[in-house]
Design a protein around this ligand. Structure first.
Ligand code: FMN
Length: 231
């Protein structure tokens, strides 16, 4: 029942948005990032060092995040989830890895939702640019993504299925228009064979990243303390 309510909320939200063209803040931020600059470069340290605040665990913060016209925030040059990923990496001392699709999604929000819907219906696996180097060195992988049609973006499944997560702990976090995790994260081990998923993931409203990154950081810190990844 809860899932049906969440689905209906998401569909209503998307229909509302596509009907009114992306919200009034769109006019405030006209500059779109050029495609090549839409995402931040992969940040990897030469070797995975133990994160000081996380009991010696080696941490990777892997995330997928889109820029361009986005729900409720106008045009953004840094993705909502990317901002949360930054906070997690900063507090835990983890390395970052950005999941990037070979074919970028359009700048336009509605076009993106149409493509994403089709990908979901087809259970597609969009090709991703590269794998993280030395994944074997990490104990914990924080996995970040925006909620797309009440699910993970299909490219995140590509990432999970194309890498070896055996023995690792995956900790999901997401941003969305509804600020919830949809429950799909519990299926992550079906795609990342051998991984354990920490159920206590973090879901934040995407607009908070753009409007109030300080609060994002304190929410992240509070959550990391709860799950034992920050002091
Ligand atoms: C293709 C697509 C589908 C979306 N579907 C949902 C949804 O089902 N529920 C929801 O709350 N938000 C949905 N959103 C809104 C995003 O989850 C939200 O704006 C998120 O913060 C974007 O993060 P990003 O900038 O890291 O990509 C959708 C956005 C896109 C582009």
């Amino acid at each position: 029942m809860k899932k049906i309510v969440l689905m209906l909320t998401a569909i209503l939200m998307l229909l509302t948005l596509t009907g009114c063209g992306g919200g009034e803040k769109k006019a405030e931020k006209k500059e779109a990032a050029p495609a090549a600059k839409q995402t931040e470069a992969v940040t990897k340290k030469a070797e995975a060092a133990p994160a000081p605040a996380a009991g010696g665990k080696k941490i990777l913060v892997a995330y997928f995040s889109r820029t361009g016209e986005e729900y409720g925030v106008g045009v953004i040059t840094k993705g909502n989830t990317a901002i949360v990923a930054d906070a997690i990496a900063e507090i835990t001392g983890g390395d970052k890895f950005e999941i990037k699709t070979v074919k970028p999604y359009p700048h336009d929000y509605r076009e993106t939702t149409d493509i994403a819907k089709k990908e979901q219906q087809d259970n597609a696996r969009p090709e991703i640019v590269e794998k993280p180097a030395n994944l074997k060195d990490y104990d914990t992988v924080f996995l970040g993504y925006p909620i797309w049609w009440s699910d993970l973006p299909m490219a995140v499944y590509t990432f999970l299925e194309n890498n070896d997560f055996n023995g690792k702990t995956i900790i999901p976090f997401c941003t969305s228009a509804g600020s919830y995790m949809t429950g799909k994260e519990s299926r992550i081990p079906d795609h990342a064979k051998g991984a354990a998923v920490l159920n206590k993931g973090l879901g934040l409203p995407g607009r908070l990243s753009q409007d109030d990154p300080k609060t994002v950081k304190s929410e992240v810190e509070h959550w990391l303390k709860e799950i034992g990844y920050a002091k």
